[in-house]
Structure formats: structure tokens, C-alpha cells
Write a protein that binds this ligand. Sequence first.
Ligand code: SAM
Length: 261
Amino acid sequence: MDRARRRKFGQNFLDVPTAIAIAGDLPASEGEAVLEIGPGHGALTEHLLNRGVELTAVEIDEQCVAVLNEKFADRKNFHIENIDFLKFDLQKFLDEHEKPWVTGNLPYNVSTAIIAGLMPRLHLTKGFMGMVQLEVAERICASPCSSNYGSLSVLVSAFADTQILRKIGPEHFTPKPNVDSATMLLTPRANALQAPEGFFDFVRAAFTQKRKTLANSFGRPYDKKKIQEAIELLDYPTTVRAEELSPEQFLEFYRVIVQGA
Ligand code: SAM
């Protein structure tokens, strides 16, 4: 049962030295609000609470919640919500807390959904510092023209300055995951993109066949002729590929094709 539970909830618990190092990377000061996603048994939580931050943890597993409530019963700066983070009212939390930091060793099965959901509200936070699978961190933090650059890189870099902080091997977890992990720092960009609705679906469509040139890489419903016309209008080389466009260029391209601007 325990093994099934761990798999279902993506539970890989950090060893103490690694948890201390990662918690130390969060630039939060005493009294500041911190939102921790997936505290598990409190490996990071404990070291963050010791720094005097006002910590709210969001944990899906009621067994972990019971452990944490007992462990941190005497900590006035510890608050916990037993809910799936994907159903958590993030906007309400942000309305009630002055620019919190967001952190966590994210459950790998939902880490992309969590990061994607957080991005449009990142400017209401101080930023995110936390852990995901290394391969996901490399995609999130990739620059244009690199092999890992894709729609997730565009989505995140539209809102955030990104940086990989630490690579963490499987030996630092119980049970050991099959993959490497990494922590990353995502801070709100000064000039975040004003992305219209539908923009990120457009970017995803552009990477449908990412090895092909932009004129041929789009999935449905985009019209090839319109794409070619926009490439000409914007004076992009005919050989341009999706992986060469910055988020700003994607927005410019989107405006020409979808909004006729
Ligand atoms: N923070 C702990 C650590 O580093 O040792 C545990 C990290 S473990 C990788 C991920 C944690 O997220 C687990 O405690 C798991 O129960 C919790 N979790 C999984 N899915 C979740 C979700 N949708 N919402 C909130 N918590 C979730």
C-alpha cells in the first residue's frame, strides 16, 4: 500500500543534508510568506520554519499532513492545507499574502502543470525556487537555438528569468527515483510578455514537428499559406525553425497570423 501511495503521489523524500542545502537556497527572510508545494514529511519545511518564515504548505496526502501536524504542532509559523495543489485557490492565497516565495520538491507527475499554472501569476510572488526532474528543468531553462528549447521554455521565459541551481542525483532520495533532479530559480521578469489567450496553444502547435522549418512544423489548425506569408512579412529566413524564435518573436509572429497585426 505504501509503495502504491508513494508512486501515486510521486513521493521521493530528500535526505537531510540535501534538504538543508536546498532550503538554504531560498532567499526568503524572517517574517516573509512562503508557499511550499508537497512538503511530504517536512524535510525542507523544517529548515524553512527555522528561518522564521510564515510557511503555508499544500499537501495532497492526508498521511503526510498527519505527520506534519504532529511534527510542527508547536510552530506558530506553520500552516497546512490538505488539498491537491492543482485545485488549490492560488489567486486567493496571493490576494491574502504579500508577494510570497513559492517552493517545493515537486511531485514529478504534475510538476509541469504546477509550473505552467504558476507562471501567469509569478509577478504576484517573489519567485519560485524548487525541484523538478532534471530533464524538465533543462527544458524550462533552455535558451533559443538549444536542443532543449521548446514550448515549455517559451511559456516560462515569457514570465520568468530562469536559472538551474543544483543537480541532485537519485541517491539523495528515499525511495530512489529513476531520474536525476535539479533545483531551479524562476524570478518574475521585469518586462513579462502580455500573452493573449491562445498564444501558448499557438506556441505548442509551432513545435509539433520541431525538426522541420517553421513553415512546415505547425500542427492543426494553422494554415500553411498564412504561416509562410507571416514569415515573409516579418523578414524571417525561409529556413527558420521554431526553436530559433525568442518568446518576443513568437508573440510578434502570433499577432501577424492570428490577430492580423
Ligand atoms: N518535500 C518532500 C521532500 O522533499 O522530501 C516531499 C517531496 S515528494 C517529491 C512530493 C510531495 O508532493 C509528496 O509529499 C506528495 O504527497 C505531494 N504531492 C503529490 N501530488 C501533489 C499535489 N497534486 N498537490 C500537492 N501535493 C502533492
